[in-house]
Design a protein around this ligand. Sequence first.
Ligand code: HEC
Length: 220
Amino acid sequence: MIIIKRFLCILIVTMTGLNAYAQHSASELHIYHGNIRDLESLQRGASYFMNMCAGCHDLQYMRYSQMADAIGIEEYHLGSLMPPGSSMLNPMSNSMEDVDAARWFGVAPPDLSLVSRSLGNDYLYSFLTGFYADSNRPNGANNHYLENTSMPNVLWQYYEDGSEGPSIEVVATDLVNFLDIVGEPIQVYRQDLGVKVIGFLLLFLFIAYALKKEIWREVK
Ligand code: HEC
């Protein structure tokens, strides 16, 4: 009985999760090709984030010092990535108050610490590259992936063809890369450890097999 109950609970939780996901992916997603081991991309992503997103969005589960670690820079190089007056040990939550934000935008900008895990990198990439001009919206922009979003297209300058600097695809990739590492800062370590553990198990399999052969040799 307990097992059935547990199964039902898991099913319900999974289905609500899928439902939340479905609401967010009305159109087909673009596939994001990023690499969390590319430290330069992570550093660019952090810098874009601090300059263009941090005014509205928090990363409340990340401290500046942890971010330095995750993107491969020394803490004393954090300077330009930290708002004046904040300490390295502060959580990255300097954005506006939710109440004010909700009044200005209708919706408070969500915390983005875990957004790569909840919405997925392909969705984030699609969302960031999916803005289009729409004069019916108060801020002049709409999004293919979040209809009538209240987020302005803060990346507009990268959308313009022929503009100097990187294209929107490159900027979005760096940003998603950064949000991915923020969502799980130890993932590179975890993956590396996984390879070592499997390597060890394979080696151990070989030793165990050789030992078994040796022990049973005389019995046969
Ligand atoms: C001017 C304030 C503002 C800035 C700057 C801003 N956002 Fe947003 N953002 C919002 C608001 C408001 C929402 C909620 C949108 C909604 O639900 O319609 C949002 C939502 C989001 C979402 C969630 C989308 C979803 O489908 O739920 C993501 C991801 C996001 N922003 C990423 C970013 C990134 C990355 C940047 C920097 C390039 C950025 N935002 C800059 C206001 C902002």
